[in-house]
Design a protein around this ligand. Structure first.
Ligand code: GLN
Length: 192
């Protein structure tokens, strides 16, 4: 059976995540309201966008608490950029914490104005030459116990795996490389 992947579709790059997961053999669908949580859900995707806007919409729609409960219970999560910020235990220079389940400290908009948005390639969990698109990306300034570093840029971690959470500062869904999606489905998502 194809894994049921719910993609948070309140704001940001959710359409691209749906396309990427469909192309990787999953059955993705949009999560826009609490009603959508009645469907079978094997994994959650938190897309890039604006974390502050997404956080407010999560509370406004009533999705925050049920999703927080499922994530705490071990629901696999694939998060990019704003999604990484929503999962982080700590934001540097900012008292706000959203889901707070990923033991990392994140610096928002870490690459400054000049390097605000850029593309590069790198090694991700043993896969070489993976294209990475950064858009006003956060960086991960420190990681806690049990956090595996999947990718780095200029010596700073930009992708991590923790239990069944994969969180990236960059946007794999904006390229055609599907290896990180395949790895997430193979390693973290049951019901396949
Ligand atoms: N800078 C955005 C934020 O703070 C994240 C950017 C992105 O998701 N591409 O939420």
């Amino acid at each position: 059976m194809k894994p049921h992947v719910g993609v948070l579709a309140l704001q940001g790059a959710f359409a691209e995540q749906i396309r990427a997961f469909r192309e990787t053999g999953a059955d993705p669908f949009e999560i826009r309201s609490v009603k959508d949580l009645a469907r079978p859900l094997d994994a959650l995707v938190l897309p890039g966008g604006e974390s502050t806007v997404q956080g407010k919409l999560l509370h406004g729609t009533g999705l925050f608490s049920p999703l927080a409960e499922r994530i705490a219970a071990g629901l696999p999560v694939f998060a990019t950029c704003a999604g990484l910020i929503l999962l982080a235990e700590r934001l540097e220079d900012d008292p706000v914490v959203w889901f707070g389940v990923l033991p990392v400290t994140v610096r928002r908009n870490a690459y400054g104005r000049q390097l605000g948005s850029f593309a590069t390639t790198g090694t991700v969990d043993g896969d070489v030459d993976v294209p990475m698109t950064f858009i006003r990306a956060p960086s991960i300034v420190s990681v806690g116990k049990g956090v595996e570093i999947l990718s780095t840029f200029q010596g700073q971690p930009t992708g991590v795996r923790y239990r069944d959470i994969t969180a990236l500062a960059w946007h794999p869904e904006l390229t055609d490389d599907r290896r990180i999606f395949q790895a997430f489905l193979a390693k973290s998502v049951k019901g396949q």
